[in-house]
Write a protein that binds this ligand. Structure first.
Ligand code: ATP
Ligand code: MG
Length: 183
């Protein structure tokens, strides 16, 4: 699975629809302080099913919606879409019948988040599982937040083990076991 395009609309500082093509190899995002580099990575984590508002630097999830600026009113929704090239057919079962996947997450004030994959309504859980199995999830060590390295160094053993489990790609199995135990 390869990320090929990220599209933002009303997400944090990206009030106008913005598309980022993700080419093969290394992608660098450069720009002055406050221009939105971290917001881009947060959009990527968010569309993969991030549920912790705090890790999006907000107090509630609606804080990801464009909050308005001197010359622009606030928006009522935010949407992020992620295109995935699945031509090698490595997506987990249930997602693996197409060459291209599009995941959309949309949040509306007072109505919470809704997800779609290739136009079909899905649960947050489905999207989280898609990425947990590919060990690229919202909490995956493949995405390193500002300040996260020092957090890792200072982490307690249990938290450090969770990070290693994400890296090993087995956290999806734990989530499934947890769901099975609840049933
Ligand atoms: P640095 O180089 O300092 O790390 P950065 O490029 O990572 O900066 P970000 O932290 O991504 O910058 O962007 C911060 C900007 O996003 C701030 O100007 C902030 O006001 C704006 N911002 C964050 N949330 C929202 C929101 N909900 N609505 C509008 N603007 C927002
Ligand atoms: Mg930053």
């Amino acid at each position: 699975m390869r990320f090929s395009k990220l599209r933002l609309n009303g997400f944090k500082s990206f009030v106008d629809p913005t598309e980022l093509l993700i080419a093969d190899g290394l992608t660098g995002v450069v720009g002055p302080n406050g221009c939105g580099k971290s917001n881009l990575l947060e959009a990527l984590r968010w569309v993969m099913g991030e549920t912790r508002a705090k890790s999006m630097r907000g107090s509630g999830m609606e804080d990801v919606i464009f909050a308005g600026a001197a010359s622009r009113p606030a928006r009522n929704f935010a949407e992020v879409s992620l295109h995935i090239d699945n031509s090698e057919r490595l997506a987990p079962a249930g997602f693996n019948d197409l060459d291209n996947l599009e995941i959309i997450r949309r949040i509306t004030r007072d109505a919470g988040s809704a997800y779609k994959t290739n136009g079909k309504d899905v649960r947050a859980r489905d999207v989280q599982m898609l990425f947990a199995d590919a060990s690229t999830g919202a909490h995956s060590p493949a995405l390193v937040r500002q300040g996260q390295i020092s957090e890792l160094i200072n982490a307690r053993p249990k938290a450090r083990r969770r990070i290693l489990e994400e890296a090993a790609g087995i956290s999806g199995l734990y989530q499934r076991r947890h769901e099975a135990e609840l049933k």
